[in-house]
Design a protein. Structure first.
Length: 122
Protein backbone atom coordinates (compact mmCIF):
# COMPACT_ATOMS: atom_id res chain seq x y z
CA UNK A 1 0.00 0.00 0.00
CA UNK A 2 2.71 2.46 0.96
CA UNK A 3 4.69 1.48 -2.10
CA UNK A 4 1.77 2.18 -4.36
CA UNK A 5 1.27 5.61 -2.77
CA UNK A 6 4.97 6.40 -3.22
CA UNK A 7 4.79 5.33 -6.85
CA UNK A 8 1.78 7.59 -7.33
CA UNK A 9 3.54 10.60 -5.77
CA UNK A 10 6.74 10.02 -7.74
CA UNK A 11 4.93 9.64 -11.05
CA UNK A 12 2.86 12.76 -10.32
CA UNK A 13 6.02 14.74 -9.45
CA UNK A 14 7.76 13.58 -12.62
CA UNK A 15 4.78 14.57 -14.75
CA UNK A 16 4.62 18.01 -13.11
CA UNK A 17 8.35 18.54 -13.66
CA UNK A 18 8.11 17.68 -17.34
CA UNK A 19 5.23 20.10 -17.94
CA UNK A 20 7.08 22.87 -16.08
CA UNK A 21 10.16 22.33 -18.23
CA UNK A 22 8.09 22.46 -21.40
CA UNK A 23 6.18 25.55 -20.31
CA UNK A 24 9.26 27.79 -19.77
CA UNK A 25 9.19 30.76 -22.13
CA UNK A 26 12.08 31.36 -24.51
CA UNK A 27 14.39 34.15 -23.46
CA UNK A 28 15.35 37.13 -25.59
CA UNK A 29 18.98 36.04 -25.79
CA UNK A 30 18.38 32.35 -26.53
CA UNK A 31 19.66 30.94 -29.79
CA UNK A 32 21.48 32.73 -32.62
CA UNK A 33 19.30 35.84 -32.34
CA UNK A 34 20.75 36.46 -28.89
CA UNK A 35 24.28 36.45 -30.27
CA UNK A 36 23.30 38.91 -32.99
CA UNK A 37 21.71 41.22 -30.40
CA UNK A 38 24.80 41.11 -28.16
CA UNK A 39 27.12 41.95 -31.08
CA UNK A 40 24.74 44.75 -32.04
CA UNK A 41 24.86 46.20 -28.53
CA UNK A 42 28.68 46.16 -28.55
CA UNK A 43 28.83 47.91 -31.93
CA UNK A 44 26.36 50.60 -30.85
CA UNK A 45 28.28 51.11 -27.59
CA UNK A 46 31.52 51.52 -29.57
CA UNK A 47 30.10 54.14 -31.92
CA UNK A 48 28.35 56.08 -29.15
CA UNK A 49 31.18 56.24 -26.61
CA UNK A 50 34.62 55.13 -27.75
CA UNK A 51 34.70 56.46 -31.32
CA UNK A 52 34.01 60.14 -30.43
CA UNK A 53 36.70 60.03 -27.73
CA UNK A 54 39.26 58.71 -30.21
CA UNK A 55 38.30 61.40 -32.73
CA UNK A 56 38.63 64.18 -30.11
CA UNK A 57 42.02 62.85 -28.97
CA UNK A 58 43.28 62.80 -32.57
CA UNK A 59 42.12 66.41 -33.14
CA UNK A 60 43.79 67.58 -29.92
CA UNK A 61 47.06 65.85 -30.81
CA UNK A 62 47.01 67.42 -34.27
CA UNK A 63 46.33 70.88 -32.79
CA UNK A 64 49.21 70.55 -30.29
CA UNK A 65 51.63 69.41 -33.00
CA UNK A 66 50.75 72.37 -35.23
CA UNK A 67 51.43 75.03 -32.58
CA UNK A 68 53.99 77.66 -33.48
CA UNK A 69 55.57 80.82 -32.18
CA UNK A 70 53.14 83.75 -32.42
CA UNK A 71 49.96 81.66 -32.20
CA UNK A 72 47.27 83.04 -29.93
CA UNK A 73 45.94 80.36 -27.60
CA UNK A 74 43.58 79.81 -24.70
CA UNK A 75 44.36 77.39 -21.90
CA UNK A 76 41.95 74.95 -20.32
CA UNK A 77 41.88 77.33 -17.35
CA UNK A 78 40.71 80.23 -19.52
CA UNK A 79 43.97 82.19 -19.77
CA UNK A 80 44.63 83.64 -23.21
CA UNK A 81 47.97 84.71 -24.60
CA UNK A 82 50.49 84.55 -27.42
CA UNK A 83 53.12 81.82 -27.69
CA UNK A 84 56.65 83.26 -27.46
CA UNK A 85 58.65 80.03 -27.18
CA UNK A 86 57.87 76.39 -27.69
CA UNK A 87 59.66 73.10 -27.04
CA UNK A 88 58.67 69.45 -26.95
CA UNK A 89 56.51 69.50 -23.79
CA UNK A 90 56.16 73.17 -22.78
CA UNK A 91 55.14 76.50 -24.27
CA UNK A 92 55.95 79.96 -23.00
CA UNK A 93 52.94 82.24 -23.30
CA UNK A 94 52.89 86.02 -23.00
CA UNK A 95 49.66 86.81 -21.16
CA UNK A 96 50.31 90.56 -20.79
CA UNK A 97 53.07 92.93 -21.85
CA UNK A 98 56.36 91.49 -20.52
CA UNK A 99 54.55 88.84 -18.44
CA UNK A 100 55.39 85.33 -19.61
CA UNK A 101 54.15 82.07 -18.16
CA UNK A 102 55.28 78.54 -18.98
CA UNK A 103 52.55 75.92 -19.55
CA UNK A 104 52.52 72.26 -20.43
CA UNK A 105 51.25 71.68 -23.96
CA UNK A 106 48.38 69.58 -22.61
CA UNK A 107 47.05 72.69 -20.80
CA UNK A 108 46.28 74.39 -24.12
CA UNK A 109 42.56 74.28 -24.81
CA UNK A 110 42.54 75.74 -28.29
CA UNK A 111 44.10 78.05 -30.85
CA UNK A 112 42.42 81.43 -31.27
CA UNK A 113 42.11 83.33 -34.55
CA UNK A 114 44.84 85.93 -35.15
CA UNK A 115 43.97 89.31 -33.65
CA UNK A 116 41.70 87.95 -30.94
CA UNK A 117 43.84 89.28 -28.09
CA UNK A 118 44.11 92.71 -29.69
CA UNK A 119 40.33 92.91 -30.19
CA UNK A 120 39.71 91.94 -26.55
CA UNK A 121 42.11 94.58 -25.21
CA UNK A 122 40.40 97.42 -27.06
Amino acid sequence: MIESLLDLFISTANAAGETAAQAQPKGLFDGPMGLILMVGFVVVFFFITIRPQQKKAKETKSMLESLGKGDEISTVGGIIGKITAIDENYVTVEIAQDIKVKFQKQAIGGVLPKGTIKSIQE
